[in-house]
Design a protein around this ligand. Structure first.
Ligand code: LLP
Length: 412
């Protein structure tokens, strides 16, 4: 469910005609629906009410301050992966005791700042990192909480670039090594190793891999208990898939029904780190048709947004639905491409898309997650503006970049 719907022939975001936003703020333009954002957060919260987990929204999915602030105001915590994300989290007033910090490559400086800020815990990805956090904590005279990220070695049917729970991936620690660490946890004098973490991948549409991974860790938790090793937290990561095309992903309710019984048995406090599920369908990228090009073999619709604005099709061959802001019943087979000098710069390939002419607008749907947050200035393009719609009101939550922004840090 989302709040991007046709009224008559015009695509609306909540009560605002998107074409109006496109002509007022220019294109390419990210448009978000506040209602959709919050609705997804609340859906998850209510599905899991019985165990009342701390839902730490994954900042990397969309790190705009207004998005973060909206979720934090509703009680969400944040899952961060860098000093930059910590900065954003604190900037929007997220209580530090609601921040969890993952990443295989945290620097000394990032670790020290996160310790000083008193985050809830680190999700630790290797023995070397654990030793480093212990060393830095000792230097700072602190005892720091840590959860060990387990690599449960489970299969997920998702793109290979976003699978993280196979033993060949760089993420987490295998069960045997984690066991050895936990048995000797008192050795880490300045750490309180009090939890386990898993995150098996992203855009996972079925429950089976989550269930398999949670079963593995809950067996492990029992094994630890039998050795007198008690923990406090289980962080089950993110990864829930959304509808881009014809997927029928599990709903929050189905997901909850499948895993709550397993989670209850652990007796631990539960943390979740959803990103895409919350923000994915809460945003679109509006683009304008610049040219229509016919070649002997193909038709290209050339638009003013490109892979620097939304890289998912280029990087993961991801499917994003494409709608015309002004509805038309006519379709045609074409490639929708951007202006960038790469053949990977496309939003759709050989697809039946709305028949458009120069100057018309298109919406690249489901672009709220990993859209702006993965954008770049490639080809010295200015990153798009972002607008948040709440009912009848639209506000710019990030200005379009200017030419001076582009060279801001360079020696002239
Ligand atoms: N927790 C951890 C430790 C993660 O690494 C991630 C995502 C999440 C939570 C949130 O996952 P989500 O609920 O959004 O699936 N750029 C890719 C997705 C990369 C996901 C990276 N980690 C894409 O556009 O599909």
């Amino acid at each position: 469910m989302h709040e991007f719907k046709y009224r008559g022939n015009d695509l609306y975001c909540e009560n605002v005609k998107i074409a109006k936003l496109a002509s007022r703020f220019g294109t390419p333009l990210y448009v978000y629906s506040y209602e959709t954002l919050i609705d997804h957060y609340l859906k998850l919260k209510s599905a899991f009410r019985k165990i009342n987990p701390l839902i730490c929204y994954s900042v990397k999915a969309n790190s705009n301050l207004s998005i973060l602030r909206a979720l934090v105001k509703k009680g969400a915590g944040l899952d961060i992966v860098s000093g930059g994300e910590l900065y954003r989290a604190l900037k929007v007033g997220c209580p530090s005791q609601k921040i969890v910090y993952a990443s295989v490559g945290k620097t000394d400086n990032e670790i020290a700042i996160a310790i000083s800020e008193g985050i809830l815990f680190f999700n630790v990805e290797s023995l070397a990192e654990l030793e480093n956090i212990n060393r830095i904590s000792r230097k700072l005279g602190k005892i720091t909480r840590a959860a060990i990220r387990i690599n449960p070695d489970v299969e997920t049917k998702t793109h290979k670039y976003i699978t993280t729970g196979k033993i060949t991936n760089k993420f987490g620690i295998d069960l045997d090594s984690a066991y050895k660490i936990l048995v000797l946890r008192s050795k880490f004098t300045n750490l309180n190793i009090c939890g386990l973490h898993i995150h098996i991948g992203s855009q996972i549409t079925e429950s089976a891999p989550f269930v398999a991974a949670i079963k593995k860790v809950s067996g492990f938790i029992q094994r630890l208990k039998s050795k007198g090793i008690e923990l406090e937290y289980l962080n089950i990561g993110g990864g829930m898939g959304i509808i881009y095309d014809r997927e029928t992903p599990q709903t929050a309710r189905i997901y909850a029904d499948k895993i709550i019984p397993l989670l209850e048995k652990t007796g631990l406090k539960i943390i979740m780190e959803p990103g895409r599920f919350i923000v994915g369908n809460a945003g679109i990228l509006a683009v304008k048709v610049l040219y229509i090009k016919h070649t002997p073999k193909k038709k290209f619709i050339i638009v003013d947004g490109g892979m620097n604005d939304l890289i998912r099709p280029a990087l993961y061959s991801a499917y994003h639905n494409i709608l015309a802001l002004r509805k038309t019943s006519k379709t045609e087979r074409a490639d929708v491409v951007g202006p960038i000098c790469e053949s990977a710069d496309f939003f759709a390939k050989e697809r039946k898309v709305p028949k458009v002419k120069v100057g018309d607008y298109l919406a690249v749907m489901s672009a709220g997650a990993y859209g702006f947050s993965m954008s770049s200035n490639y080809n010295s393009r200015l990153r798009p503006a972002e607008v948040m719609v709440t009912k009848n009101k639209a506000s710019v939550i990030r200005k379009r970049e200017s030419l001076s922004d582009l060279i801001h840090n360079e020696k002239d």
